[in-house]
Structures are given as structure tokens and as C-alpha cells.
Design a binder for this molecule. Structure first.
Ligand code: ADP
Length: 414
């Protein structure tokens, strides 16, 4: 089955086509046909396209919205120009899998999209006003292009965390506010946490029930999850992705009174403060330089800039604090798993986060840590009681696999 995986943002559309079926899922032998991104729709859009592992190509086209972007993409992929021999027309795309950010309390697993599911995603807009409307645009554009005969599946960022117990998801605010508005912790990056937990147990030959780990997704957005007996029992992002770890441009945890003080002193509205906490804070906010960890580390090595050093220190300390909290919360774990752009590629940050975790039995093996960049591997010493792994995430692959499983009516354990 050729599955088109779509991730629709406000002015961008990420895509991947993956050929997969139950046999290939079992053998971990899915085929990546092509992938890429359309950026800056609404004007002169930039299209990045990559067939299998070939070099990336850049194209430009005037595309007014997500629907035009999808139309352009599929036409290009089906044309001789793209070199994609597997796709010659829309009929060669058998299904579409969508990343949907917020599934609220409604969606506890991936769902075949029908009118009821569309309505459900719409009902969650209050909880994710910046994300769900764009995801819906992607779904509607695909419906229009492929017709109702091509099944579409929604894979929710929140779904993996549906197993959080009340003690972990309730905020200590008046309970009626939870009842009235569903204000609670939902958590995000669920597809990523779920995927690396799956790879961890595959690497170690364990069952889902034997999976007791802390996963750290450290990319531009960052989150931690406590996974006990295969289920997410706590996670650092909250009702929105703003809570928890320090991120590229998000503050993470903060005394809520800070928001009112910034609003009063700077003459800002509450939504302006929220934007500041989402887009001007985190690594960018402290360093005053960039949200890009690679650039920060290079800058630190060259100039030992104090604020850059502080940004990295605060980032690593917060992550370590969450490891400690989750070890306590879940009564110990077997491993810490690093993923995301930083978690997969930066031995330095992994080592700094794990510094002084020897009391918990975690010792990083310097050589293994240095060698494990952009690939799966154990990075702790042989005598470490708490293991550490780096595992590249693959949300698109999991979305494609869920799409196949949902369409075939196969249960899909998270
Ligand atoms: P997103 O959350 O947007 O998917 P990624 O998971 O790609 O982002 O992560 C982006 C982050 O990963 C950036 O801060 C980038 O600098 C960082 N990163 C990528 N490679 C390295 C590296 N070799 N060393 C340190 N940081 C890296």
C-alpha cells in the first residue's frame, strides 16, 4: 500500500510517501518512496523534494494555500520529472495518513476519518487553535483531491498519552474548570515517544509490558515521557506544547504569575505574552542568539559566550530534573532514551544531561556516546544499571503504519 503521510502547518506542508503493509511492518522493511516539504504557501512557495536517498531538489511555485500545495505536489510526483516510478497518477496513492496535533479526550488512538471524526477534530480546536485548523485544511484538501474512495487516517500527537492517570493529568486548579473546559495535561509528541519505545523494546527483545523507560524527545520542541509497562504515565508538555522542558523558542515550565507580570510591565495582551513564551523564549530567549542547538554549541566552543552557556546549562538541567522526577514518579526505570534532532545527534548534550546521574545507576560510555550519532545504539557503560539509548525517531513511519493497520481493522498496540 502506498501511503501519503501529510503534516499540514500554517504555511507549510510536510509529506512522505511510504510503501508498507502488514508483512513489511512485521519485518521492519517499509519502503520510503519520496519525501519533502512545501514552505511559504500563500506566495512564492519553496518545495524541497527528495526521492529515496537521492540528493534534495529545490523547486519554486506560486501556491496560494495548502490545497494548491497538495495538488502541485501530487502532480509533480506523478510526472516523469520526479523520477518516482511507483506513482503515475493519484490512483497509485492508496491511503493518506495525517498528523493531527490535538485529539483531546476524544481520540485515544488513530482513527479512520469520516464526518464524525472530522467533527471531533473540529471540537478540539479550542484546545489547539494554532494547529488543528491547519490539520483540518490538510484533510479537506486530500479529500478533495483523492475523493472519498481513498481512505484517510488521523494520527494524533496526544493519543499515546491517553493512559496518563488522573494524578498526572489534572492541574491543581478548581475542578469545575477541568469539567467545563477540559483543562488538563494532554501531552504531545506522542507518536515519537511511542515509536522510540517500540524500537527500544525491539532492540532489547522485550515485550510491551516489560518496557519501563523515560523518553526524551529533544528537537525544536522538547518533551519527556515516563513509560511504564508500555504505557505513557506522565509527560512534560501540558494542555499545550508550552509546558515542561526548555525548548528552541518555548520557555517550558514557568510560574504562571510571570505571565501577568510581563503583561502588566510590557503592556501586552495575554495572547501576546503567550506568543512571547512560545516564540521568543527557550534557548533563543536566554542566549539572545538562536534557537538552534548546533549553532549554540559551535558558538560556545569558539567564544565561550556567557549567555549561550547559560542557555545550554538551563536546557540540560531542566531535562535532568525531569529524569529525576520521573524516576521517582514511576518507581525506577530501566533506560533513558534520547531522540529528536538534539537527542539523536548531540553526544555532548546527552552527556551533560546525564552528568551526575550516577547515583541513579546511569553512566555514559564516552566512546559509545560519541559513535552513536544519527543511528540507534546503547550509549551507557556495560555496568550501568540505568541504561541510556539514542534512537532516531520516525513519526512519519508510524503514521504510515497506523494508516495501514486502521484501514485493515488490525489492532495497533501503542
Ligand atoms: P523539529 O522539532 O523541528 O522536528 P528536530 O528534531 O530536527 O526539530 O531538531 C532540531 C534541533 O536539533 C535544532 O536545535 C538543531 O540544532 C539540533 N541538532 C541537529 N543536529 C545537531 C547536532 N549535531 N548537534 C547539536 N544539535 C543538533
Amino acid at each position: 500500500m502506498n501511503v501519503l503521510v501529510l503534516n499540514a502547518g500554517s504555511s507549510s506542508l510536510k509529506f512522505q510517501i511510504i510503501a508498507t503493509d502488514l508483512g513489511r511492518i512485521k519485518d521492519h522493511k517499509d519502503d520510503r518512496i519520496c519525501r519533502g516539504e512545501v514552505e511559504r504557501t500563500g506566495g512564492e512557495a519553496i518545495i524541497t523534494f527528495q526521492r529515496q536517498d537521492e540528493a534534495k531538489r529545490k523547486l519554486t511555485a506560486s501556491l496560494r494555500d495548502i490545497s494548491a500545495a497538495l495538488d502541485y505536489l501530487v502532480r509533480y510526483i506523478a510526472s516523469d520529472q520526479s523520477g518516482v516510478t511507483e506513482i503515475c497518477s493519484t490512483a497509485d496513492i492508496n491511503a493518506v495518513g495525517h498528523r493531527v496535533v490535538h485529539g483531546g479526550e476524544l481520540f485515544t488512538q488513530s482513527a479512520l476519518i469520516d464526518d464524525k471524526v472530522l467533527q471531533g477534530i473540529e471540537d478540539c480546536i479550542d484546545l489547539a487553535p494554532l494547529h488543528n485548523p491547519n490539520n483540518l485544511k490538510g484533510i479537506r484538501a486530500a479529500r478533495e483531491l483523492f475523493g472519498k474512495g481513498t481512505p484517510q487516517v488521523a494520527v494524533f500527537d496526544t493519543a499515546f498519552h491517553h493512559s496518563l492517570p488522573e494524578q498526572a493529568y489534572l492541574y491543581a486548579i478548581p475542578y469545575h474548570l477541568y469539567r467545563r473546559y477540559r483543562i488538563r495535561r494532554y501531552g504531545f509528541h506522542g507518536t515519537s515517544h511511542r515509536y522510540v519505545a517500540f524500537r527500544y523494546r525491539a532492540l532489547r527483545g522485550l515485550t510491551r509490558e516489560q518496557t519501563n523507560i523515560i523518553t526524551l524527545h529533544l528537537g525544536n520542541g522538547c518533551s519527556a515521557a515516563a513509560i511504564k509497562e508500555g504505557n505513557s504515565v506522565d509527560t512534560s508538555m501540558g494542555m499545550t506544547p508550552l509546558e515542561g522542558l526548555v525548548m528552541g523558542t518555548r520557555s517550558g515550565d514557568l510560574d504562571p504569575a510571570v505571565a501577568s507580570l510581563i503583561a502588566a510591565k510590557e503592556g501586552m495582551s495575554s495572547s501576546e505574552v503567550e506568543t512571547l513564551l512560545n516564540t521568543q523564549s527557550g534557548l533563543l530567549g536566554i542566549s539572545g542568539l538562536t534557537n538552534d542547538m548546533r549553532e549554540l554549541l559551535a558558538e560556545l566552543e569558539e567564544h565561550q559566550d556567557r549567555r549561550v552557556g547559560l542557555a545550554v546549562d538551563v536546557f540540560c538541567y531542566r531535562a535532568r530534573k525531569y529524569i529525576g522526577a520521573y524516576l521517582a514518579g514511576m518507581g525506577g526505570a530501566d533506560a533513558v532514551v534520547f531522540t529528536g534532532g538534539i537527542g539523536e545527534n548531540s553526544p555532548e548534550i546527552r552527556a551533560r544531561i546525564c552528568e551526575s546521574l550516577e547515583w541513579a545507576g546511569l553512566k555514559i560510555d564516552d566512546a559509545k556516546n560519541q559513535q552513536t550519532v544519527g543511528r540507534e545504539g546503547l550509549i551507557s557503560t556495560d555496568d550501568s544499571k540505568l541504561l541510556a539509548y539514542a534512537i532516531p525517531t520516525d513519526e512519519e513511519l508510524l503514521i504510515a503504519r497506523d494508516t495501514v493497520r486502521v484501514i485493515l481493522g488490525q489492532p495497533h498496540p501503542s
